[in-house]
Design a protein around this ligand. Structure first.
Ligand SMILES: Cc1cc2nc3c(=O)[nH]c(=O)nc-3n(C[C@H](O)[C@H](O)[C@H](O)COP(=O)(O)O)c2cc1C
Length: 177
């Protein structure tokens, strides 16, 4: 499979990245090809809501999303990777998701596999309730096939994350694909 990881943490050496690297190692060991798309450092402008695309068509904004669109539509799986920011995904990742608007139908008909990888400081059992609900709703709406979630509770710093069980969980998710 061709797997695109939408990396929504601005920290290149942060906790989310630790989980993403573990996932990639597992997936590559199982023969898949992975590409990490750094949505935080790409030029991705927010959707203006003009709907000139008609929910399927060229976007009036000419930025890195054109290339990302091609990559996503040519892939078999998309992974949403994000630190938990105020109990949701990072704004950088959400900005990318909003730009799905211009290829909503084609993305829907691709029926991609998907996964969620996330890290948070909090370790309470309700930590990921809102993000999990949002992810599951996206899966349902965009007709993805969920292949799993790595919810990194208590992953507040790279040190905490490296010591936790979540890198292993991310590795196993990649390996299991
Ligand atoms: C703007 C911001 C918002 C955050 N919001 C939350 C939050 O709502 N709940 C939580 O448990 N941690 C929160 N955190 C902590 C991060 O999710 C956590 O430190 C994570 O490991 C950061 O991942 P990174 O190293 O990939 O940046 C927040 C951090 C930042 C910078």
């Amino acid at each position: 499979m061709k797997i695109m990881i939408l990396m929504g943490s601005p920290n290149r050496k942060g906790s989310t990245n630790i989980l993403v690297e573990s996932f990639v190692r597992g997936a590559e060991e199982s023969g898949h090809t992975c590409e990490v798309i750094d949505v935080c450092h790409a030029e991705i402008r927010p959707c203006t809501g003009c709907v000139a695309c008609g929910y399927e068509g060229p976007c009036v904004q000419k930025d890195d999303v054109e290339e990302i669109r091609g990559k996503l539509l040519a892939s078999d799986m998309v992974v949403f990777a994000t630190p938990l920011y105020y109990y949701g995904m990072s704004a950088q990742l959400k900005t990318m998701v909003d730009r799905f608007c211009a290829f909503n139908s084609s993305l829907n008909s691709r029926h991609l596999k998907s996964a969620l990888i996330t890290a948070a400081w909090n370790a309470d059992d309700w930590t990921f309730e809102a993000l999990e609900a949002h992810y599951k709703t996206l899966v349902r709406y965009i007709n993805f096939e969920d292949r799993g979630m790595v919810l990194g509770y208590g992953c507040g710093t790279p040190q905490m994350t490296a010591r936790s069980r979540y890198p292993e969980q991310a590795y196993r998710l990649g390996k299991s694909l």
